[in-house]
Design a protein around this ligand. Structure first.
Ligand SMILES: *Cc1c(COP(=O)(O)O)cnc(C)c1O
Length: 417
């Protein structure tokens, strides 16, 4: 036996678990809107000896020797992200989306100062100041919401709150908001109250890179994102900004919040940025949105109640109340039927976050497998059958078998079975 055996030999128990998860990702309609399939090339960059390197600091300003290859790796990631999004500066070191947001707050706010963001129940992210997050515990957060009648962000409310509280930082962007963000309106408002505007594009960065959602560049002072959602890169985060704010951001990431950057992650991000600059990625981004709209129509036709009445992006939020099932039971039935999504609060949800009224689903991953608008009818039929069949395990299992059979013809990026 080699003294450096493969995983299958070194740890068969873990190998089997990873094999199981890989197969599961192939066999299911993966519709959690924050998930995707990273390519084989991205995964190869992640699973390399770059894992072994310590590189505290930034290119040409490191605290450790041996950076002959790491410096050009990080610079390539930075320059590809700059040109993909059209920004002046990119920090590619944040370990993920949450630390990226915390770094931005550390750059511009002192503990106890005021910040604003879309509230979690209205589709915002925890890290935009929600109470249970460090960003809500250490900063004085005033959340804005959506309107009760159309579930859209109420810019009049945002303006009123911003003028009253004069926050240091305003976040826009969310995790369960199915509509376009009016970055221009937020930019104008932030300037008028002297706040730093942070556009968190974690969910939609791939749509923006592919031209399927308007860009916050030119409106937001700082743009944060994850790199593994619609952008289809490695697990990770990044922060983009203007030259003038770059030193504050860089200092906040390192040494402010983090130690050594994950070099493999930066390399894989560079690979993903190259993929996203290919013309085929524009078609991908447009198809993600076209599929989401087709699915919204097909589910609406089946009597499902869509938050805000539909979608402009990659995700749908559905209130299941009129189907007499909770979000959690709906999500469990769907998972048993081979359709993977998450239960989610809907705006003004009378139920608790751990047992809410809705489910959230999206099309980034299934579009990566090549599903098109015409397939959304079929997906909606399975979806509806599964919700109607909650509790009927044999029926759910038979839907899962149909789904699995259907997906055999759709190769999944990064998955070789
Ligand atoms: C996913 C997400 C994050 C957090 O990213 P993690 O990588 O899970 O830490 C931050 N903001 C928004 C809007 C997100 O959707």
């Amino acid at each position: 036996m080699s003294n450096d055996p493969s995983l299958a030999i070194a740890d068969p128990e873990m190998f089997a678990l990873i094999q199981g998860e890989t197969q599961r990702q192939f066999d299911k309609l993966r519709m959690i809107p924050s998930e995707n399939y990273a390519s084989r090339a991205v995964q190869e960059a992640m699973g390399s000896p770059l894992n072994n390197k310590y590189s505290e600091g930034y290119p040409r300003k490191r605290y450790y020797e041996g950076q002959q290859f790491v410096d050009p790796i990080e610079e390539l990631a930075q320059s590809r992200i700059r040109s993909l999004f059209g920004v002046e500066h990119a920090n590619v070191q944040p370990y993920s989306g949450s630390p990226a947001n915390l770094a931005v707050l550390f750059a511009f706010c002192k503990a106890g100062e005021k910040i604003m963001g879309l509230g979690l129940p209205a589709g915002g992210h925890l890290t935009h100041g929600w109470s249970v997050s460090i960003t809500g515990a250490y900063f004085d957060s005033k959340a804005y919401g959506v309107r009760r009648d159309d579930h859209r962000i109420d810019m009049d409310e945002v303006r009123k709150l911003a003028e009253e509280h004069k926050p240091k930082v305003i976040f826009c962007g969310g995790t369960a908001y199915p509509r376009l963000w009016d970055f221009a309106a937020f930019g104008e408002l932030a300037r008028s109250v002297g706040a730093i505007l942070v556009a968190d594009i974690a969910h939609i960065s791939g749509l923006i890179a592919g031209g399927a959602h308007p860009s916050p560049v030119g409106h937001a002072d700082v743009i944060t994102s994850t790199t593994h959602k619609t952008l289809r890169g490695p697990r990770g985060g990044m922060i983009m900004t203007r030259k003038e704010l770059a030193p504050a951001i860089d200092k906040a990431v390192f040494p402010g919040l983090q130690g050594g950057p994950h070099v493999s992650q930066m390399a894989a991000l560079a690979v993903a940025a190259k993929e996203a600059s290919d013309p085929s990625f524009k078609r991908y981004a447009a198809q993600v949105v076209a599929n989401a709209k087709a699915l919204a129509k097909a589910l609406g036709d089946r009597g499902y109640s869509l938050v805000s009445g539909g979608t402009d992006n990659h995700l749908l939020l559905i209130d299941l109340t009129n189907k007499n099932i909770t979000g959690k039971l709906g999500a469990k039935a769907l998972d048993a039927a081979g359709i993977e999504l998450n239960y989610n609060s809907v705006p003004f949800d009378p139920r608790k976050p751990f047992d809410p009224s809705g489910v959230r689903l999206g099309t980034p991953a299934i579009t990566s497998r090549g599903l098109k608008e015409a397939d959304m009818e079929r997906v909606a039929t399975w979806f509806d059958d599964a919700v109607q069949s909650a509790g009927a395990d044999a029926k759910l299992a038979s839907i899962a078998t149909e789904v699995q059979r259907f997906l055999k013809d759709y190769p999944a990026p990064g998955i070789a079975l």
